[in-house]
Design a binder for this molecule. Sequence first.
Ligand SMILES: Cc1cc2nc3c(=O)[nH]c(=O)nc-3n(C[C@H](O)[C@H](O)[C@H](O)COP(=O)(O)OP(=O)(O)OC[C@H]3O[C@@H](n4cnc5c(N)ncnc54)[C@H](O)[C@@H]3O)c2cc1C
Length: 279
Amino acid sequence: MIPAQFDYHAPRSLDEAIALLRQHDGAKVLAGGQSLIPAMRFRLAQPEVLIDINGIKNLSGIAKKGKYIEVGALARHAQVEHSDVIAKHAPLIALAMPHIGHPAIRNRGTFGGSIAFADPAAELPACLLALGGEIDIAGPRGKRKVNADAFFKGLFETALRPQEMITAVRIPAADKTTRVGFAELARRHGDYAIVGLAASARGNAKGLADVRLAYFGVGNTPVRAKKAEAALAAGDVDAAVKALDLDPHDDVQATAKTKKHLAGVLLRRVAKQLMEARG
Ligand SMILES: Cc1cc2nc3c(=O)[nH]c(=O)nc-3n(C[C@H](O)[C@H](O)[C@H](O)COP(=O)(O)OP(=O)(O)OC[C@H]3O[C@@H](n4cnc5c(N)ncnc54)[C@H](O)[C@@H]3O)c2cc1C
């Protein structure tokens, strides 16, 4: 199918993009187009106005800024995947990137687009949640930051208000104590996960602290398994699996019961990564 008719704008600056968003109610931002364009072709989305942000400069950098790694909203998945800064300072993101679709998708898809789209089975929203990252947002009322814990509100629903856009994402830079783990089960490599788990923690002489387990593919948003986090911090993997406080529902990929079982399998794998390896 071809998309419904729409008007197209290609702003060259952030201010121009925000002005256009204010001017056109219900306009959609177009980034990599890897989710929006298929939705428009199926007529699941019929925006009357598209605001293509690809021509805005300074939205695609990846840099260490103090204790954070800042990833511009327009950084392509492939750029993130091959970034030395990410490899060195954001090892969880480096582990997750090769699982996002396939190279053609990663060449166009953007970090900001994935966070804004908030697919509950996507890797990056869960990674951001596991890392306790922040989202930088710009809109007609100025700029604001939202923590990942408060950003993912519901199925494809986020804290973004109409007329706002993501400009960057900030991730705490890894240090000597950082441990990370990542695993997902998909039918084929590159498919959306049936269930996935992104995790971070701090390793110390006693074991793990500050454990954050963020599952994807098990609910309407990426979901933290807080009871399991506490059990894992206490060093008990069996108790963590037992305590898994998830409530997945059946979907086209698997039943809720299967997903719950797979979540336990992934937890054992990721616990091993957290306990054995420095990320
Ligand atoms: C075949 C296929 C397989 C895929 N497999 C995976 C996978 O395994 N895992 C995965 O995570 N993803 C997968 N994707 C999706 C891919 O990662 C997308 O790139 C991503 O979800 C959206 O990024 P985008 O830049 O393409 O955004 P777009 O498609 O341009 O936009 C998506 C949505 O986000 C909004 N948006 C985009 N950027 C911004 C911004 N800066 N501020 C505010 N709103 C914004 C748009 O308005 C739109 O609503 C797949 C896609 C395809 C087609």
